[in-house]
Design a protein around this ligand. Sequence first.
Ligand SMILES: NC(=O)c1ccc[n+]([C@@H]2O[C@H](COP(=O)([O-])OP(=O)(O)OC[C@H]3O[C@@H](n4cnc5c(N)ncnc54)[C@H](O)[C@@H]3O)[C@@H](O)[C@H]2O)c1
Ligand SMILES: [Zn+2]
Length: 268
Amino acid sequence: MSQIDWSHVKNLVLLSGAGISAASGIATFRGSGGLWENHRIEDVATPEAFNQDPQLVWRFYSMRRLQAGHAKPNEAHKALDAFAEKFNGEITLITQNVDGLHRRAQKKSHLDAICMHGTLEKSRCTHCHEIYLDDMAWLPSEGMPRQTGLLRTDEQANSDALSNYKIKLSDGLPLSPCCQELLRPHIVWFGEEPLFMPKIFASLERCDLFASIGTSGVVYPAAAFLEIAKSHGAETVLFNVESLPQQEHVDLYIQGPAEETVPQQFSL
Ligand SMILES: NC(=O)c1ccc[n+]([C@@H]2O[C@H](COP(=O)([O-])OP(=O)(O)OC[C@H]3O[C@@H](n4cnc5c(N)ncnc54)[C@H](O)[C@@H]3O)[C@@H](O)[C@H]2O)c1
Ligand SMILES: [Zn+2]
């Protein structure tokens, strides 16, 4: 298998997807059967679904928070953190994942992931859009704990922790401290704009190596990042466990599980 030559790379952009968290036990999206309590994921991950049935949507995200809270970063997340500490250039890490595992893998570096689809670790006010750190399972199943233990709030000074407030509930769902309106998961749902797009596009324009790790490349706009980076002269690398149509169009295709291939490739 070829090895990435890091010697000439000054500006690296990484895009991670659900595949990087598969070894942590978090089901990938398309592989999961697409059903959740007889609802398609598309039907619980839309603003319309939340307006119609916020209990159902909060129950879905409460379960995802509990699942992420029990998962641990794997060798791929850890290898990126270790690599970032040593790498002598700029790294932009964009993730489509909402599980918080890149953040929790951060031990050595200051590699903050840009969470373009939001995060399970935050909620926001449906009225004024104020964002709070919040990893509670607001509607857990019977016998399940409420707290997920995902957060280290002292290290995230950029938003307030919801646990600092006395929260009022409405039918078991949390109301925002700011407006006393429903809080919603800080997740980008189908039909909503991904976050941080200007920053992401700017990074793609100046990148000289673009690597996509564990993403099926079917969810736009992330699916277009590789071509955009390429059009600005970047070399492209694709990491996936399966064969993908895009592999014909990249400089290097690295097939295998990310938890093995990422530590092999991201070493200096
Ligand atoms: N962990 C999470 O936070 C999580 C989990 C599921 C879905 N999602 C959301 O679902 C959407 C789906 O897009 P996506 O492309 O990220 O996910 P996807 O499920 O569409 O694709 C996952 C890709 O990872 C590959 N893969 C599976 N196991 C792998 C491994 N061990 N190593 C390398 N590759 C592996 C699969 O072949 C597939 O191509 C995103 O918007 C994301 O926000 C997030
Ligand atoms: Zn508010």
